[in-house]
Design a protein around this ligand. Structure first.
Ligand code: ADP
Ligand code: TRP
Length: 325
């Protein structure tokens, strides 16, 4: 089975990205599937228009994937921009995509509702994402809940192309979403996101993580009073990190009183720092050796281009697009 997913280099990765995406990336690799994971820099360009930030974030995401154990010997790690065929397929899919379907896409609608003047790239974002997925004949796409609509659009476009050009030319993919971690809350209880300033970063110093956990929003129930764990932002995060037994014990402590939010925040920071310690160390090593990540991305790009060209050859042929090169 072929697995594919992408992460935008639009800022520093956070706990939501780990549980919603990266953890599944790893699991699927460990199961022996053929995995393609890439840095979606052309998607980020729809909103991040700063050379230095784009370059830095792209390397950050690439190093983070490797630091977590995505293994370039088994999985293909690459930059979206190293596969120009994706932009070519995006154009072809644009030509079978109804404008009305894009007008209904939530990412675009949300920006318009916020008063942001959307660019054409943002309007076309879902079609570029469909091209990303379809070009590698992907079967399964591990993502968080917020990406569900994009995968639906991808399925529609692959189906529409197949019906228009007669035959099973493109693979119709499926989303892989793990319900318990589909929407990880941020420190304010809303969905954790780079753009809401509510994220807990994966690659931060242990002290910084502690500080961030101390900022999690709670109500003002006094320390000695009983508390409802299921209404607490700290507990919502704690249960992602603690083992089952400890989660139960902490829930009991909440309910019986005498256990403050400060205690829970301290324990959460400890668990986060423990969970990510090895990846953070590996990340620091990669940072010291920029040639290594450059080599990984170059080799990944080469493999990705080969796979992409095979699909594009089928697509051009199916549409009667002649080429003399
Ligand atoms: P952000 O919303 O912070 O910009 P991205 O859009 O770059 O994050 O997301 C990269 C991957 O992480 C996607 O698969 C996305 O669904 C997943 N993801 C992002 N935030 C969360 C979250 N809070 N909970 C679960 N998954 C998430
Ligand atoms: N839109 C995705 C996000 O914001 C990133 C992305 C781009 C992606 N292309 C993809 C995810 C293809 C999965 C498959 O997170």
């Amino acid at each position: 089975m072929r697995i594919l997913s992408g992460v935008q280099p639009s800022g520093r990765l956070h706990v939501g990205n780990y549980f919603g995406a990266i953890r599944q990336f790893l699991e699927l690799q460990e199961k022996g599937h053929e995995c393609f994971y890439f840095i979606a820099n052309y998607h980020a360009l729809t909103s991040l228009q700063d050379k230095k930030a784009m370059e830095e974030s792209s390397l950050h995401v690439a190093m983070a994937l490797v630091a977590f154990g995505i293994d370039p010997a088994r999985s293909v790690i690459f930059l979206q921009s190293d596969v120009p065929q994706v932009a070519e397929l995006c154009w072809v899919l644009n030509c079978v995509c109804p404008v009305s379907q894009m007008e209904k896409a939530t990412g675009y609608k949300d920006k318009v509702a916020k008063g942001i003047a959307p660019n054409m790239g943002l309007f076309d974002y879902p079609v570029l994402q469909a091209a990303d997925i379809i070009i590698y004949d992907s079967n399964l796409v591990p993502v968080g809940q917020d990406q569900k609509q994009h995968i639906e659009i991808t399925r529609d476009l692959a189906g529409k192309f197949n019906r228009t050009f007669g035959g099973e030319i493109l693979v119709v993919p499926e989303a892989f979403i793990v319900p318990e971690v589909a929407v990880v809350p941020g420190i304010d209880g809303q969905k954790m996101s780079k753009s809401y300033d509510n994220a807990i970063e994966l690659f931060a110093a242990a002290k910084q993580t502690q500080k961030r956990c101390a900022q999690i929003v709670t109500d003002s129930t006094p320390l000695e009073s009983p508390k409802d764990p299921d209404k607490c932002n700290v507990f919502a995060l704690l249960k992602l990190f603690a083992a089952e037994e400890e989660t139960r014990q902490i829930a009991d402590k909440y309910r019986s009183g005498g256990y403050g939010y400060g205690h829970a925040k301290g324990r959460l920071a400890e668990l986060i720092n423990e969970r990510f310690a090895a990846a953070r160390l590996r990340y620091e090593q990669l940072e010291k050796n920029p040639d290594e990540i450059g080599r990984i991305l170059r080799e990944g790009g080469e493999k990705a281009r080969q796979a992409a060209e095979k699909t594009m050859t089928r697509v051009r042929d199916a549409c009667g697009i002649l080429r003399n090169m």
